[in-house]
Design a protein around this ligand. Structure first.
Ligand SMILES: Cc1cc2nc3c(=O)[nH]c(=O)nc-3n(C[C@H](O)[C@H](O)[C@H](O)COP(=O)(O)O)c2cc1C
Length: 228
């Protein structure tokens, strides 16, 4: 079954990347190597573990983002930078604070190899109770009214580290919405585990973006939520 899923995913990714001419050098390389999907992450950089921080929290101008929805935080995890690009556009466009969810143990290319059922990501995604540790915390989560949560789709779901994140804070009374990037999968029910873990929050409809999504498209989603 898993083998079939991998074949489907591989084919879908190849098609998706081939169709997407504007998604940067990393994606182009993947298209060239579509037969060897283990190379999907070969052109990516590992994250700087020291960079975990909420940005812009000291700028009153940046923090004056309290449109109808209140003060906004964009929190994201990105293993190969696609979601990061979308998160940055979203935060810039909204004048929101931004926070990167950085794993205590960074994901290597081998960790991300979905062709290997023994890879770290495969093992984690096969275990709904897996909770990869996050480096650092947000100390002032209470100041945010709206939290927009970004992640890559892994096997149709949010990576388990997103569950670590959502279970680390009290989101009761806040408004939450998730966004994701993927090779081809839609948003689906990828935020289901997160919704269950933060059931005291008001969840708005999530959205899937391509790695090369425009600022316009990204803000159109924020607009549709009423947070912009
Ligand atoms: C372990 C793993 C599983 C993935 N599963 C899917 C999937 O089910 N569907 C899909 O369209 N893309 C899948 N992808 C591709 C990623 O969702 C896509 O490349 C995403 O944009 C990566 O975002 P990032 O650069 O922020 O990590 C998977 C990637 C990895 C590493």
């Amino acid at each position: 079954m898993k083998k079939i899923l991998m074949i489907i995913l591989t084919a879908a990714m190849a098609l998706s990347f081939a169709a997407c001419s504007n998604s940067g050098a990393s994606s182009a390389q993947v298209a060239d190597n579509a037969q060897n999907t283990s190379q999907i992450n070969s052109n990516t950089e590992n994250k700087d573990q020291q960079s975990a921080a909420v940005s812009d929290t000291d700028s009153s101008a940046e923090n004056n983002n309290s449109s109808e929805g209140g003060k906004i935080l964009v929190a994201y995890f990105s293993a190969t930078n696609n979601t990061e690009g979308v998160a940055q556009k979203l935060a810039d466009g909204l004048g929101a604070d931004i926070y990167e969810i950085i794993p205590e143990q960074p994901y290597t290319d081998e960790d991300l190899d979905y062709n290997d059922s023994g890879s770290r990501s495969s093992v984690e995604m096969n275990d709904p109770s897996a909770r990869p540790a996050i480096s650092g915390t947000i100390e002032n989560m209470e100041q945010y009214d709206v939290v927009l949560i970004g992640y890559p789709i892994w096997w149709g779901e949010a990576p388990r580290i997103m569950s670590t994140f959502i279970e680390s804070y009290d989101f009761s009374g806040k408004t939450l919405a998730a966004f994701c990037t993927s090779a081809s999968s839609g948003f689906g029910s990828s935020d289901q585990a997160l919704r269950s873990a933060a059931s005291g929050a008001t969840w708005l409809e999530g959205e899937r973006f391509s790695a090369s999504a425009s600022l316009e498209d990204i803000l159109a989603w924020a607009n549709s939520l009423g947070v912009k």
